[in-house]
Design a protein around this ligand. Sequence first.
Ligand SMILES: [Zn+2]
Length: 385
Amino acid sequence: MKIYRAYKFRLYPNIEQQILINKTIGSARYVYNYFLDRKDNYYKEIKENLSLKDIKHELVELKYNLSWLKEVDSMSLTNALDNLDKGYTNYFEKRAAHPVFKKKGCHDSYRTTCIRSEYKNNYYANIEVDLKNKTIKLPKLGIMPIRGYRHLEKQLNIKNATIEKIGLKYYVSLCCEEELEIKKHQITHAVGIDLGVSSLVTTSDGIKYPKLKIQRIEEHIKVYQERLSKCIKNSKNYQKLKNKITRLYQRIRNMRKFYIHEITNDLLKDNELIICETLKTKEMIEESSSKSLTKGIVNASFREIERQLDYKTKWNNKLLIKVNTYYPSSKLCNHCRTRNEVNDLSIRSFECKKCKCMNDRDVNASLNILEEGIKIAFNKGLIVV
Ligand SMILES: [Zn+2]
């Protein structure tokens, strides 16, 4: 089976390269927004979706009129159009909301495609990575240093590269094609996990991973945001503060990713079958406190756990089963199957009304999730005794 895997490196462009990257990001955004507007107006007048072929033709004309668009990597512009077309098609087929205009300073990135050619038995590619010397060659930009994946040695089959600017830092994400071998599942140990706010992850083995401690960073963000509100918009101080805030949010994101990698690696080390609940967005929001910052972070953590478990189980030939949301995992007593009405989410443990045993809310839930998941896996014939 062929899979796509992304490798993200920190990028160290020199001043000239930085200017060109910023220019390319800006041009890709301009082209995206220009043709989003164009498509909207076309639909209003003609009641038809302006096709990708048509907008690509129009891009050629646009480049003729706006010569600065010719200075940047042309793949970044056509890829922006591909994205726009995908977004628009999804909207047309009612799978997604209407695409929105891109703003400077949020998701600043562009994608370029790897093109290979052969000449007299010599092979060339416009994107090349040298893992030994830690450099990368990118179209129009040339060679620059990278950092990351110290022990990676394999040959990367690069399909495309996304160059991204976050705060003042630059990153490149290489999307590579890889061959994945599939074997039959042999289950020796399975685990159920419960996701929560006070304990981020609780396992059916009774292990609790507490939530990430980011209070101090949150306080810093609050202070900076208050100062920002008193600043004159777009002044030097305003920009400085804005960069500081972006960096702090980035730090939280990095900490979260790193912590969740630790958790999911632990889970995968000892188990062949992992069972979790499908994410329940509504309850997720209700359960977390009213502070919008915490809420966002908790929800993002849940999504990240699911994302990592999804791909890590696949890559390691292990199994991930998701139990449906309406399964009352936190209400059923795991010992006697009696349903207890515990609606107050602040109660961390409860006494079963029938068998009188004390249940830790999260551990009890993860045990129920484990049992339900094993049932599902058996019924689907995914595992054998
Ligand atoms: Zn009981």
